[in-house]
Design a protein. Sequence first.
Length: 309
Amino acid sequence: MLNFKTITLILINAFITNAYADKIISKEYYVPYNNQKIHLKEKKLSASKSSKVIVLINPLSIPSLVAFDVPNYSLMDALAKRGFDVWGIDFIGEGKSSYPLIMESNPAPIGIYPLDTKEAVKELHQGVNYITKVTDSHSVSILGWSWGAVVGAMYSILYPENVNNLILYGAMYSSHLQKSIEPIFIKPFSGKNNDFSENLPAYQNIPWKVINTHWNMMLRGNYTIVTQRAISDVANAYVNSDPKPFLPNSLRRPMGPMKDLYNIWNGHPIYDISKLKTSTLVIYGDQDLFADHELYSKLTNVKVNNKLS
């Protein structure tokens, strides 16, 4: 018969075990790729053996650590608490991944644009192959934010067997920016015949104040949407994300994604969305100045094969 002392010890043990089970653990990995290394980060509950694996893809060349794992505002933590095995990826030229030699040069070489979307898809494929081996999964879900949604959609078209569900958050596909912001995001990158210029640097040095300005443009004076503390925490993560910045409080941003977005924002999609067959959720903010607000209707017009096998 169990006495009171024994029962108490069992309950204490159970409490300690459950408390430990609820703890989020974080692991980092480096995957070889063309004599370089791709940085992956994983978060999950310590006792979790979840088959729900999700990969997060960052916006316009802002590393996943900043985009999805800001202390106190971490999407990775929020998903891990709900039982997901959550992964973020930094592409070559971002965060803790390797940087190409042209991004180590200052000033930047002209006319070479690293990390276009096709290259990012190749790196994502390398990352997903590694993730499925580590997690013993056959496939993953993908959440892509902004430019990351372009990468996620293109990857899902090429490798549909690897993707369970696709979430496109603030996604771009084919649209035209508002006239008020064209002077900032279109004209500086225009070359001959309105094509993307061949005389731009391989990367940009982007200070936090520039990113903050873009946020303020979309907030439109409504500062109830996001707190100043949140903005400060994001700023702190941002300015510490580049291991070797050339300018204080900035990061190096490869020009490849900007080249692709230039085409997208001029109404020239870089992939065919009608080929997307993965179960897809589209989310965007009504004050988002950069997302394609008509993307949902373009998806719903896609022919779906409802024939049962």
